[in-house]
Design a protein around this ligand. Structure first.
Ligand SMILES: Cc1cc2nc3c(=O)[nH]c(=O)nc-3n(C[C@H](O)[C@H](O)[C@H](O)COP(=O)(O)OP(=O)(O)OC[C@H]3O[C@@H](n4cnc5c(N)ncnc54)[C@H](O)[C@@H]3O)c2cc1C
Length: 329
């Protein structure tokens, strides 16, 4: 995202993480610089679409792809307004998009469920969460609740295991209640499963069709975030299509080299962290409160000044640890 100035659609930033357990405040940690930028997805996505159009893309909005057929030299993409012929497909149709299935690409299975509400919070709540995100821990078997402050609203949600997906709305309602926001007006609700690619053996491309972002399972298993990986994978895919005779192999290699090590490291951290915080919550919270090194490392990775994989490399036997806990040979 370094070359992208998102100021026109930015809703502010977060530099503080406020940790709670089932709504009980524990401690706050502050980064010396912004950790994350806040956007509303509808405005952010429109902003990106407008930039693409300004660069020459023709945009067919509200035109769902209904099926895709592969011929010898192109793909025929059926839509309600007609058939589009394309030499390449870069499919960014999300975790539940149909492209991978249509093209027989067995991409990453569903591994978590996330649900979020945008609420028009009262002034005191907006002031309390100004530039601060809440991370609410203790959820079983793993997962967390969050508050992200936007301009005039709060995004509040929960991510957990897919088996808990049915209960996730109730869990979010309980979380809202603990935050004292049960009466806040809900402006928007969204939720969907998230897939995590866990191994280089899980395909991200076939022929001249490449899967980007969530469609390929490129989300971080520790935070469940995927926007940065979606943008990164789009850059790698564009580069492969423009510069390679075999875009599919070039793209898969690039994802394996530049993104997969981070996903493996995120999975390792998530397994250690969620196990500690559900097995020994008191000890895990006390330890994470007082070991500032962990926070500085997390903040460096969040800001993009470092990577999870780099921070884990300081641990003894880190290679064995990552291979064992991420399940990657
Ligand atoms: C509740 C929740 C909160 C999240 N919060 C964060 C966060 O704070 N930060 C973060 O980094 N990540 C977050 N994530 C993850 C993040 O949303 C995804 O990783 C990211 O959106 C992936 O981008 P994408 O472009 O690959 O897919 P998406 O953003 O899911 O976009 C897919 C698009 O494809 C379209 N589509 C699907 N099928 C078709 C079709 N047949 N024809 C045409 N179009 C189609 C969809 O309408 C959609 O617009 C969150 C996820 C959830 C569920």
């Amino acid at each position: 995202m370094d070359d992208l100035d998102i100021a026109p659609v930015s809703e502010g930033h977060v530099d503080t993480i406020d940790v709670s357990r089932f709504g009980q405040p524990q401690f706050r940690k502050k980064s010396e610089r912004p950790l994350a930028w806040m956007v509303m997805r509808d405005r952010f996505d429109q902003f990106l679409t407008d930039l693409a159009a300004e660069s020459g893309a023709s945009v067919a909005d509200s035109t769902p792809v209904q099926s895709i057929f592969e011929t010898d030299d192109c793909y025929e993409i059926e839509t309600p307004t007609g058939t589009v012929r394309a030499r390449h497909i870069l499919a960014a149709d999300g975790a539940t998009g149909p492209t991978a299935r249509w093209l027989g690409i067995a991409s990453a299975p569903t591994r978590s469920a996330a649900y979020e509400v945008e609420v028009a919070a009262p002034r005191d709540a907006l002031d309390h969460w100004h530039q601060a995100a809440n991370v609410d821990v203790g959820y079983r078997p793993w997962g967390y609740g969050w508050v992200f402050p936007k301009a005039g609203t709060l995004s509040i949600g929960v991510v957990t295991a897919p088996a808990r997906g049915r209960a996730i709305r109730k869990q979010t309602d309980r979380y809202l209640s603990r935050l004292g926001l049960d009466d806040a007006e809900v402006i928007k609700v969204q939720g969907h499963p998230i897939r995590y690619r866990r191994s280089v053996a899980e395909p991200v491309a076939r022929g001249r069709a490449l899967l980007l972002g969530d469609a390929a399972g490129l989300a971080d298993e520790f935070t469940a975030e995927g926007i940065a990986y979606a943008v990164h994978s789009a850059n790698l895919a564009a580069d492969a299509v423009l510069n390679s005779d075999d875009p599919s192999a070039t793209y898969a290699d690039a994802v394996n080299q530049h993104i997969q090590p981070e996903l493996n490291a995120a999975r390792t951290i998530s397994r250690i962290y969620y196990w500690c915080v559900t097995t020994w919550p008191w000890l895990a919270l006390k330890t994470s409160k007082y070991i500032n090194y962990l926070w500085r490392a997390f903040f460096r990775a969040m800001r993009g000044d470092s990577t999870y994989a780099h921070e884990l490399s300081f641990l003894p036997f880190n290679g064995v640890l990552i291979r064992t806990l991420s399940g990657n040979a």
